[in-house]
Design a binder for this molecule. Sequence first.
Ligand code: FAD
Ligand code: SF4
Ligand code: SF4
Length: 524
Amino acid sequence: MEQFIGDTALANGYTFEANPKKTGKKVAIIGGGCAGLAAAYQLLLKGHDATIFDEREHLGGMMRYGIPGYRTPRDVLDGEINRIINMGVEVKMKTKVGVDVKVEDLENDYDAILWAIGAQSGRPLPIAGADAPNCLTGVDFLAAFNEGRLKLVSEKVVVVGGGDTSIDVASVARRLGHITNVNEKDRPENIVLGHTAHDVAASAVRQGAEVVLTTRAPVEKMNAAQHEVEDALREGVSIQGCLSPTEVIKDADGRAIALRLQKLEDDGKTPIAGSEFDIKADLIVSAIGQTGDVRGIESLANKRGLMDADQHFQLKDKPGHFVCGDIVRPHLLTTAIGQASIAVESIDHYMKHEDLRRRPKVDKHHFDLISKLREAGLSPSDYKPGEQWGTNESDFAIHNYEDRSRQEIIPSDKLFLVHFPFTPRFKRKEKPVSSEEVLGNFSERMVVYDNESAVEEAKRCMSCGMCFECDNCVIYCPQDAIFRVKKDKRTMGRYVDTDYNKCVGCHICADVCPTGYIDMAMGD
Ligand SMILES: Cc1cc2nc3c(=O)[nH]c(=O)nc-3n(C[C@H](O)[C@H](O)[C@H](O)COP(=O)(O)OP(=O)(O)OC[C@H]3O[C@@H](n4cnc5c(N)ncnc54)[C@H](O)[C@@H]3O)c2cc1C
Ligand code: SF4
Ligand code: SF4
């Protein structure tokens, strides 16, 4: 659905509008990956100004320099980034904060600083021989490929990992292939490390590379998404589980020629004595984890090269500094985007000199009826202090509404499931790539829904916790106490109203509400 919505928005040129009411406050965002971009968007919605500093040439972070284009297509990425920047975000590229710009200067020039610098440093293999020139990290390998510098790999590639990055390295290696009689300057490690540039003409005729991916976990328990694992296997990557690398074997010139591995029990932890064996390799890529590149800002980082955040995503002991995304803990795009939104709420309170309220237990974006009422011009009237009973006839309070999403997720037993017959998910079509077709194949694999399938899929939404205007409560209330709100007062989440003079508290409305929207206490 998200792919469909995003593509539709881009095709129709939908834009985001910044809040025209400017606060005069400005925030420096360090890092223009998904966390920094999401934060800029949220800040502009609140009327603040934002400047993104990024050391790279282009915005996008790992969405551009890590994940290959057949998974995050660059035209879509550019379209989404432009939509945010066009709200009025200032951008300073090729600027590494801590090296090109001092943190103290930012502290003087901005009202707050948000660190969204991601985890740019790949971890090398912690074993003997890993200093060989043809032992690379997955982050460096993918950056060289995504920058268009790396155009081929070696004949025998061994990738160590098990997460998304290792799958991307292996899949890219299968797509690039290798050439025989490779020149010294065309060796992938020289390209990745920026020593030379690939000569396209010389690398024109290529063959598939043998790619082995080793992981400590059993293959079925690898960290990478199941779908990505299946694609890699189909594309000819050999994935071998329950293995731990112990040594890189080098030749007389110091180049790696094999990776020595020890077999592990099915728990992916316990070594099996005497089980060591070698896999031949011309290129070894380590994709076993990442940490932050904190050169010039070491004092802000913890021992692991990451940054410590509190529950408000403030940097520990650094007032005015906030942090979000992979630099807190390398995880997922959605995690980084969600954290950015919480960090911006904290920055907003900080700049307004307000207390940072306790974060709710379920700390997710949720429907906010008061904002919706404001947006629809239906804000409650001002409250005049004094004792007043009941709320259904007064418009100073939000009647009939309790914001439960701050405490709980609506469990399925609160839904009236009889209204939701099982409808299988409408799966997107894919363009699976076979092992024979993979060489040189960089096209997107997931085919977006057409209009009809998107509507069908959207209909499966159970709208849990939200009124979807089914009229059940109106029909089943024995007292006719529930009635539809007049059309000019209606908006999303404000569809039915209760006359408390008629209600006898029988609970029928709550029982028949399919979505769990009506929550009634038992009166004890
Ligand atoms: C190969 C790979 C595959 C992945 N696959 C998936 C996937 O399938 N699904 C998923 O959800 N997640 C995936 N992830 C994880 C996801 O990419 C990250 O969680 C996400 O990109 C984190 O966003 P971020 O904004 O925190 O950091 P980043 O995207 O890393 O962006 C940080 C930005 O900060 C800039 N920067 C760093 N230091 C400085 C500095 N000192 N000054 C100025 N700029 C600086 C960098 O140039 C970069 O642009 C993958 C990651 C990798 C590496
Ligand atoms: S509790 Fe019973 S009487 Fe009251 S509104 Fe619900 S269905 Fe009607
Ligand atoms: S409150 Fe529940 S039962 Fe009433 S209209 Fe909304 S979804 Fe239907």
